[in-house]
Write a protein that binds this ligand. Structure first.
Ligand SMILES: [Zn+2]
Length: 140
């Protein structure tokens, strides 16, 4: 489980309920835990520092990479060795169609001046990742 990798590197970890934790942020001088960690059902790990640290800074302080926050199947990792396709070309197109619709919805929201929430933004990044992964699956 990806969250355990992250949690094992943090200080003063405490549970905040189902799949939620708080810990001291490694990217700034943090006396009281201000980093929130969430494990999502799809295997992703969300990090949020209430003092405003960027996720990049938190990851680099932990010697982790963005890929450590995402399950391998969402990134299309592990596909290069054995070329067993996870999805067929029509399935890949279906993923692209669904994800691009979602991107269009977010774009329409933004065009109307609606700010995207943290979870919307990470969903948008996931959509981009899935479209890219679908492309790689279909063409390689
Ligand atoms: Zn911080």
């Amino acid at each position: 489980m990806k969250a355990q990798v992250v949690l094992s590197r943090l200080q003063k970890v405490r549970s905040e309920g189902q799949d939620r934790w708080k810990a001291c942020c490694p990217a700034h001088d943090d006396g009281t835990p201000s980093l929130s960690i969430r494990a999502l059902d799809d295997g992703r790990v969300l990090l949020h520092c209430f003092a405003g640290c960027e996720v990049e800074a938190i990851l680099s302080a932990l010697s982790l990479q963005f890929s450590d926050l995402y399950p391998d199947q969402l990134l299309g990792h592990g596909l290069k060795g054995a070329r067993s396709r996870l999805v067929s070309a029509p399935q890949a197109l279906e993923i692209v169609a669904k994800e691009s619709l979602l991107v269009a919805v977010f774009a329409a929201d933004q065009a109307q001046g609606k700010l995207l929430s943290e979870s919307d933004r990470s969903r948008l990044m996931l959509a981009a990742g899935r479209i890219h992964a679908a492309y790689q699956e279909a063409v390689t």
